[in-house]
Design a protein around this ligand. Structure first.
Ligand code: ATP
Ligand code: MN
Length: 475
């Protein structure tokens, strides 16, 4: 018999068919004459139930069939008399691949807290919640490649080890093979990185954008989708030290085109999940509704998870300038923890106020003050703002950050200089503005922030299989 997984059995299995069900035991319930074993193999949120008749298989044979054990149950597919499932397996033979001591197995068939599950990240994919999240994560990753491929974008692999610290000064993880206890020194006592592996200081990348731009100025439409690393010591529910980022970069795009792309892209991805992850989203929708009930009235979100997803797909995003947003925030009745003034960066509380209270829609903020944005953003004519755009989502805050890029060599060089970036470290980036420069734009979507939104989870540590955060790199 060929390998067949539970998803296929539930979808295509015929009554009377011989099947071999393999997976991990979720629950076992024993009555006088029968045992009911629920098995899941992670291919679907649904379990399959095996019914063991003690007349044909003695109860003794089930002593190691406990929650968490891996089993293989052979039998016949029959129509189920119980509610909740169409078919079940009438067991003919039970084999235990791997036992799980019921006294020690940490995942019992009850609700565990998400905090506890983070401590057992090696086992949490076996829960309904995490397996649902991981399947959705996969679907979204696939949809991202599909979206771009269908539209003629090329997937560009940008380096993970980088020699430029253009973007993330102070927030980067160093990559070195030097002996930390006896590093080679220069005469002035500083470390001599010329002796390091690459002959210079290197770090893990914070973004593939600069190289993405080089790609766009050759292939026109490119995107990257890779891991990025930030050593920012922010222990929030929306930051990871290692996360995945999607960065399209398009030649001849201006800010408007960039906004159109971001909006269409996000709507496509959410719609894709609604269409392809129906079972998992239904489960998470219910889970979300139960969580909401625990919250005080005023903190509850008005829409359920699926309603929120549909809302994003069916409503266009509001677009306004940073300057207009600051006016709205200044006139808001709500007292913010951080004051708002033109020129300061917006905090998450401000972003969420605009999205959740004022507009009640996703918002794209544009034309931020030059001083609070990266050096590569195109300067506006007024000399005060740049062509930046942040997409803000309910419950998340910033989900996308992007801009039209400065394509004028002198202006770009002057801004790099103003923020203390040495020309030698990005000479290659500057050269693209000397040789065939063109208007272009792009953005970065944080993959985990997208998965957070789609799954309705509230902590980013719960939407990546093995989170990396300050003081935490187990597993
Ligand atoms: P934030 O203001 O939320 O810290 P940022 O302005 O530093 O984000 P960008 O540099 O614009 O973020 O990065 C692009 C996108 O990457 C963000 O819009 C967000 O979705 C995501 N992102 C940024 N930092 C993190 C992080 N530490 N963990 C997870 N995702 C992140
Ligand atoms: Mn940003």
């Amino acid at each position: 018999m060929k390998n067949i997984f539970i998803k296929e059995i539930l979808k295509d299995g015929q009554i009377g068919q011989e099947v071999k069900v393999r997976g991990w035991v979720r629950t076992k319930r024993v009555s006088k004459a029968f045992a009911f074993i629920n098995i899941n193999d992670g291919t679907t949120i649904h379990n399959i139930q095996a019914v063991v008749d003690f007349e044909s298989i003695p109860e003794e044979q089930l002593k190691d069939v406990n929650t968490g054990a891996c089993v293989c149950i052979s039998g016949i597919l029959v129509a189920s008399e119980g509610s909740g499932q169409a078919v079940e397996v009438k067991a003919q033979a039970v084999e235990v691949y791997g036992k799980a001591d019921p006294e020690k197995y940490p995942l019992q068939p009850k609700r565990h807290s998400l905090e506890f599950l983070r401590e057992i990240a090696h086992l949490r994919p076996r829960t309904q919640t995490f397996s649902a999240i991981l399947r959705i994560r996969h679907a979204l990753a696939f949809a991202i490649h599909k979206y771009f491929n269908d539209r003629g974008f090329y997937y560009l692999h940008t380096p993970i080890i980088t020699g430029s610290d253009a973007e993330g000064a102070g927030e980067m993880f160093r990559v070195t093979t030097l002996d930390m206890n006896h590093p080679p020194k220069n005469e002035d006592g500083s470390i001599n990185y010329k002796e390091d592996f690459f002959g210079k200081e290197t770090n893990l990348t914070v973004s593939g954008q600069l190289e993405g731009e080089l790609g766009a100025m050759a292939l026109s439409k490119v995107y990257t989708f890779g891991p990025t690393f930030r050593a920012e010591n922010s222990n929030t529910s929306r930051h990871l030290a290692e996360f995945w980022m999607i960065e399209p970069e398009v030649a001849f795009f201006e800010l408007e085109d960039n906004m159109d792309l971001a909006e269409d892209f996000l709507q496509y991805l959410v719609a894709y999940a609604i269409e392809h992850c129906n079972d998992d989203l239904k489960f998470l929708d219910q889970r979300n509704a139960e969580e909401e009930k625990q919250k005080p009235q005023q903190e509850r979100s008005e829409l359920g998870l699926l309603e929120r997803l549909n809302f994003v797909v069916n409503n266009s995003f509001v677009r306004l300038t940073y300057t207009d947003a600051v006016e709205i925030l200044k006139n808001a009745k709500k007292k913010f923890q951080f004051p708002v003034d033109w020129g300061t960066d917006l905090q998450s509380e401000h972003e969420r106020y605009l999205v959740e209270k004022h507009f009640r829609k996703p918002v794209i903020l544009t034309n931020y003050p030059t001083e609070i944005k990266a050096f590569y953003m195109k300067q506006d004519e007024d000399g005060k703002t740049v062509r930046a755009m942040d997409v803000l989502f309910p419950g998340i805050g910033e989900i996308i950050g992007g801009s039209q890029r400065e394509d004028d060599y002198d202006k770009l060089k002057q801004r790099a200089h103003a923020v203390g970036i040495e020309e030698e470290s990005i000479w290659w980036y500057l050269e693209t503005r000397k040789f065939g420069a063109c208007p272009h734009a792009g953005f970065g979507l944080g993959f985990e922030r997208l998965v957070l939104f789609v799954t309705g989870m509230s902590n980013i540590r719960d939407v990546i299989p093995f989170p990396r955060t300050p003081k935490s790199a187990e597993f």
